[in-house]
Design a protein around this ligand. Structure first.
Ligand SMILES: [Zn+2]
Length: 83
């Protein structure tokens, strides 16, 4: 039995891997969202909430340039699409 790779190390490796995967997943979603925002921009629909059609406040777009929903719609979207 080699030293330094006991059960606790092994579970550490597994949880590190899980963390990396969820980070990857989040990065992937962010990339897709940024792409989606660019598509809307190309259609001239950027800055308009894609759910309710209201204008997204400029402060929100400044803080989150890839936002495609207003604050209220984003909140309800995140409730139904948890990461
Ligand atoms: Zn909205």
């Amino acid at each position: 039995m080699s030293k330094g790779f006991g059960d606790s190390d092994f579970s550490q490796v597994l949880s590190d891997r899980a963390t990396n995967q969820s980070i990857q997943h989040v990065l992937e979603q962010d990339r897709e969202q940024a792409e989606h925002a660019r598509e809307l921009q190309a259609k001239g629909a950027y800055g308009v909430c894609e759910d309710c059609g209201q204008k997204i406040v400029p402060e929100r777009l400044e803080a989150l340039p890839e936002a495609t929903r207003c604050v209220a719609c984003q909140a309800s979207w995140e409730k139904t699409n948890p990461r």
